[in-house]
Design a protein around this ligand. Structure first.
Ligand SMILES: *Cc1c(COP(=O)(O)O)cnc(C)c1O
Length: 453
């Protein structure tokens, strides 16, 4: 199977090439040239374990990989999950279910993709014999999931910049207590924007990029999207048969990666009725899906920080289909949006997406209500998914983070203290971090000293 860029100015590439590249050379995102029809496979996939299902799904796409290798990498990727089902579906009532995606090493759904991406990178490096240095900036979740995807991997060093004092103590512990020699958490004296700016500048230094083989782990990698399709199928198989007819997947959404994966799964044959774009107060996607206007707004920090985004980096993949798979139109829309910060669609077709938004006050209320009504503790991101539901549908809310990652909000809303063994263990571990000024030369010098060559 070949992969094409949404912008149509790069050549089609293989799975392995698309994963290694991340972004296409023309600035677009990779998608399968044709989406396969998997509906005929559903009967055979029923009852498979999570890693088995993941392997069966990915082998349709990773056609340039050896199947035995792919199987090994997939099995390895879900070994560090602590729940035997990996992604258990929990029933709260007859027509309301929660798909728990927080049983991985960093207790957030990003582990599903980044554990696999880490293994794919390591495999590619061992094949080529060349080392890489992964560089990124984080305001919390993505950085720790990337670190846990790559820690201890041969041939990779990972440098993650974060704003000192502005990520939660717990997120900092997840990044700084791994004990892995190839992990370099860099606490920058400055804001997240400063950290991100430094990373962008360093990637712009083409000599540095080439010499150290700098690589990004970002939310637009093809492998991340494909890995995330799997749990939609897995959720479907866990539903009682009489509940599978009209399912709405409700997805706490930021960069549109998670929900896009579900929508692609539907286009490939997963029987699902609709997908709810559930945003927090940073609601660019809610506004798009309710009005057809895609317009940047200022980010206001919320209780669900991993959904605090200005623009949704994976939206371009949906746009590609929205514009009839016409790359010229994609380029026109993205160009106008980049120049003016807005784009008004004529006759916008939301397809099977519905949308809702939840303010911080709403998040607190929902956490309290869900706890009272069902005895279930939802984290602030997941809470955005417990919005008014369509009574004709069975709702599956995707739980994207473990509540123990946000103890203050949970305790305030419910009176209980959420716990997690994994997080308790972190408290005893030694913190190793490197403090640097928000200065590009200082960061460059650090990378030159510690990179793998
Ligand atoms: C990243 C993240 C989200 C948003 O996911 P997208 O794929 O960016 O839409 C939601 N919840 C949590 C906990 C996250 O870490």
């Amino acid at each position: 199977m070949q992969y094409v860029s949404t912008r149509g100015k790069s050549e089609a590439v293989s799975f392995t090439q698309a994963v290694a590249a991340g972004l296409a050379p023309d600035g677009g995102l990779y998608l399968p040239q044709e989406l396969p029809d998997l509906s005929g496979k559903l009967a055979a996939w029923e009852g498979l374990s999570y890693p088995e299902l993941c392997f069966e799904f990915l082998k349709v796409f990773a056609t340039d990989m050896d199947e035995a290798v792919l199987r090994r990498l997939v099995e390895d990727s879900y070994k560090r999950f602590t729940h035997p089902k990996i992604a258990p579906l929990v029933g709260l009532s007859e027509d309301l279910y929660v798909l728990e995606l927080f049983h991985g090493p960093t207790l957030a759904f990003k582990d599903f993709a980044l554990q696999l991406v880490g293994n794919l990178y390591e495999e590619q490096i061992s094949g080529s014999g060349e080392h890489i240095n992964v560089l990124g900036a984080t305001s919390g979740d993505t950085g720790s999931a990337a670190i846990h995807g790559l820690l201890g991997k041969d041939g990779v060093n990972i440098f993650i910049l974060y704003p000192d004092g502005r990520v939660s103590p717990l997120q900092e512990r997840q990044m700084t207590t791994t004990g892995a020699a190839n992990v370099f958490p860099l606490a920058i004296t400055g804001s997240f924007d400063d950290a991100q700016h430094i990373v962008k500048e360093l990637f712009g230094d083409l000599d540095l990029k080439r010499q150290y083989r700098l690589s990004a782990i970002n939310s637009i990698n093809l492998a991340r999207i494909l890995a995330q399709c799997v749990y939609y199928f897995y959720a479907y198989f866990q539903l009682p048969k009489e509940r599978r007819e009209a399912v709405e997947f409700i997805v706490p959404t930021g960069n549109f990666g998670n929900i896009l994966a579900g929508w692609l799964a539907k286009r490939m044959g997963l029987p699902a009725a609709s997908f709810r774009v559930a945003t927090n107060q940073n609601d660019i996607l809610y506004r798009l899906f309710t009005t057809g206007l895609y317009e940047v707004d200022e980010v206001v920090p919320s209780l669900a920080p991993s959904m605090d985004i200005q623009v949704a980096s994976n939206f371009e993949r949906f746009l590609y289909y929205l514009e009839g798979r016409n790359p010229e139109k994609v380029r026109a829309v993205m160009g106008q949006f980049r120049d003016s910060g807005r784009y008004q669609f004529e006759n916008f077709d939301p397809d099977v997406f519905t949308a809702s938004r939840t303010t911080d006050a709403g998040i607190r209320e929902i956490i309290a209500e869900v706890y009272k009504k069902y005895g279930y503790v939802a984290d602030p991101h997941t809470a955005c998914g417990f919005v008014e539901r369509d009574p004709a549908k069975t709702a599956v809310v995707l739980a994207t983070a473990h509540p123990a990652k946000f103890p203050d909000t949970i305790t305030e809303a419910t009176g209980i203290e959420p716990t997690s063994l994994a997080l308790e263990e972190l408290k005893a571990k030694e913190i190793v971090r490197h403090e640097l000024p928000a200065d590009i030369d200082a960061v460059r010098a650090f990378i030159e000293e510690h990179a793998q060559l």
